[in-house]
Design a protein around this ligand. Sequence first.
Ligand SMILES: C[S@@+](CC[C@H](N)C(=O)[O-])C[C@H]1O[C@@H](n2cnc3c(N)ncnc32)[C@H](O)[C@@H]1O
Length: 288
Amino acid sequence: MNATLALISETDPALNTALQALTQALDLPLLDRESALKKHTNISNYDFLLGWLNTNENVLPPRLALFSKKTGPVFIDFLGGKKNHRRQFGGGKGQPLARAVGASAEHPPKLIDATAGMGGDAFVFATLGCDVLMIERSPVIAALLQDALNRAKTELKLEHEGQTTRFDAEERTFLEETIEHMSLVNADAADFLNNEKPDADVIYLDPMYPEKKKKAATNKEMTALQGLVGPDMDSSNLLEAALQVAKKRVVVKRPTKAEPIQLADGRLPSANIQSPNTRYDLYTLSRL
Ligand SMILES: C[S@@+](CC[C@H](N)C(=O)[O-])C[C@H]1O[C@@H](n2cnc3c(N)ncnc32)[C@H](O)[C@@H]1O
């Protein structure tokens, strides 16, 4: 994918220091905030801009967000918005995603989400009590995920200290435990699995499927992902690596009518679980 990207500078020295570190880590230009926001020449030269989005409530920390002409600001928020809604109303252990990875088992499996993206599925696994290592190869998406993890911890600390009152004590404890279950690595997952051989009961894959002509992405996160990382053309390689490392199961999320991922030895999924728009292909290695 050849999307062009730049960071927007800040006047706040602490935020700017963080951006300068990102500029070096991601090897991206740092644009002057004033000209970027006034839509002077700079902004139109880039498909995406990455910068801090200040929350209206002064006490909450700013969010690292991705701005583009096609979407509003895209950031990851584990404690609010859609992820919180999915936590409360997503169906818990009975939902197809939870059954697919065996999160309904008495002892929640140790999971690797090898295609972390915006962290939505990983967060569901963590709410169900699974330890989940997220692997994401796009350094920009990994930066959004890392910011979301850091911010969630800061916001829960503010809550603990009584500086905010967004959750009751039970909900706060639950969210603290959930975030503790989550960790992140910025790497190509096939390389990471092959080289590090991490310990995992279940490895979950949700590669970007080539978008159908004329079919728009379903939400702004997916629009941003499609523009930034594009389709994942090397999913077979990743599935091969996952099958070598997982102890119990590999699960691949596919659109309902898509073929299973092709493997060199012709291996097919041992079972699948259907939900309205999605099929989870299960490769069983041993009992969960
Ligand atoms: C469809 S998105 C995943 C969405 C995610 N399940 C969620 O709930 O937000 C696919 C993501 O996997 C990442 N990805 C694809 N192949 C990868 C690989 N081999 N290693 C690490 N990340 C990969 C892409 O960069 C993209 O961010």
